[in-house]
Ligand binder design. Structure first.
Ligand SMILES: NC(=O)c1ccc[n+]([C@@H]2O[C@H](COP(=O)([O-])OP(=O)(O)OC[C@H]3O[C@@H](n4cnc5c(N)ncnc54)[C@H](O)[C@@H]3O)[C@@H](O)[C@H]2O)c1
Ligand SMILES: [Zn+2]
Length: 339
């Protein structure tokens, strides 16, 4: 299955299929130097499968976790590329979750002002969301994605087989982005979750989520308007993630907490809560509203005391609204969520 993205900065394809990791040359030109970037949490068998198909492969394994999206790790990658005399005709291959895609993609965007990049996402979050859209970045001084670029890959290869080794909590974490995609754009996608057993519909869930992201990103590649609907759940979510991420809360789990207060219909809120709980996620996790609000006032998306929020009044329809920061307070920590 192939999904083509048509963007001003050049188009590319997302290929989806079970086992395509074992036939990479059907999709990418591998007879050149390949810089394979992965982390030490990605199982050996997937790394070896890729390595075995690249005649001239240079493996770079970084420590797993958000900490790898940093200047020191980025610099090490660029130094290795230089040392190995990589040219623009060579290839950077990312094999991992969103961390690896963001890090390797940023190295690809900037080394020699841009060399070929192919992404093989291996988590639900990266397959559903982060691998398409062209955002690549590293963090700086505790600010997430502070330094980055819009840089499109040559191709994205989505193989559902690699998810067989993903821990359950990471698996559910990524699916929150699919629930989000359903809420803002695709009622049928949301419906798949209501039918229960996300695993049974996983291929369709991934495909439909990617279609939502494709539709939105193609209309607004650089996030000047419509693309901001993808931030649904992320305004409060990022605040919660900043405060509790270091204690081990995952991105999707924080976004789940941020979604309910932005759903205007009590009935839809209830349905969403049921879907999220079905995934093993608690969207009503208690948190400190003062601390979360404080972080949100520093959000890069605030402008002159105002912030753009994304609300959903009806399943599949998102709405962008400029509100004063103060107005967000009433949506924090379950306030106004009764019923
Ligand atoms: N660029 C974007 O548009 C975008 C969008 C959303 C999120 N992100 C970024 O994505 C990152 C989060 O991504 P993530 O949730 O994929 O986390 P992650 O990349 O940290 O991966 C989660 C964990 O799973 C392990 N892992 C990966 N694949 C595995 C597999 N197949 N089997 C077993 N273990 C595996 C990794 O080693 C890691 O420990 C954040 O840095 C976030 O900022 C980017
Ligand atoms: Zn997200």
């Amino acid at each position: 299955m192939e999904l083509q993205l048509h963007l001003a900065g050049g188009g590319y394809s997302v290929f989806l299929g079970k086992g395509l990791l074992f036939g990479l040359s059907d999709f990418i030109h591998l007879n050149r130097k390949v810089f394979l970037v992965t982390d030490d949490g990605v199982p050996e068998k997937w790394v070896q499968a890729v390595q075995a198909q690249c005649p001239d492969c240079h493996l770079e394994t970084v420590p797993q976790g958000e900490g790898a999206k940093s200047f020191p790790v980025y610099e090490r990658l660029c130094s290795r590329l230089l040392e190995l005399r990589f040219t623009r005709r060579d290839l950077i291959l990312a094999l991992g979750g969103g961390v690896i895609g963001d890090l390797a993609g940023f190295a690809a965007a900037t080394y020699l002002r841009g060399i070929d990049f192919v992404n093989i996402p291996t988590t639900t979050l990266s397959q559903i969301d982060s691998s398409i859209g062209g955002k690549v970045a590293i963090n700086l001084d505790g600010v997430k994605n502070c330094v980055g670029a819009f840089y499109q890959p040559q191709a994205v290869l989505v193989d559902s087989e690699v998810l067989s080794t993903l821990p359950a909590r990471h698996y559910a974490n990524g699916l929150v982005e699919a629930v989000k995609a359903g809420l803002i754009y695709d009622p049928e996608l949301f419906g798949l979750f209501e039918q229960g057993g996300a695993a049974a519909h996983l291929d369709e869930i991934v495909l439909r989520s990617l279609r939502v992201k494709k539709a939105v990103v193609e209309q607004d590649e650089k996030e000047s308007g419509l693309r901001r609907i993808l931030n649904f759940g992320h305004t409060i979510g990022h605040g919660v993630e900043s405060v509790y991420g270091l204690s081990g809360l995952y991105h999707g789990e924080a976004v789940a907490v941020g979604m309910l207060p932005m759903i205007e219909s009590p009935a839809l809120r209830e349905r969403t809560e049921r879907v999220l709980r079905g995934l093993g996620i608690n969207p009503r996790m208690p948190y400190d509203p003062e601390a979360v609000y404080e972080v949100m006032t520093r959000d890069k998306k605030t402008h002159g005391g105002q912030i753009t929020i994304v609300t959903v009044a009806e399943l599949g329809k998102a709405c962008l609204e400029d509100v004063p920061m103060e107005a967000l307070k009433s949506r924090l920590c379950g306030k106004g969520l009764e019923g």
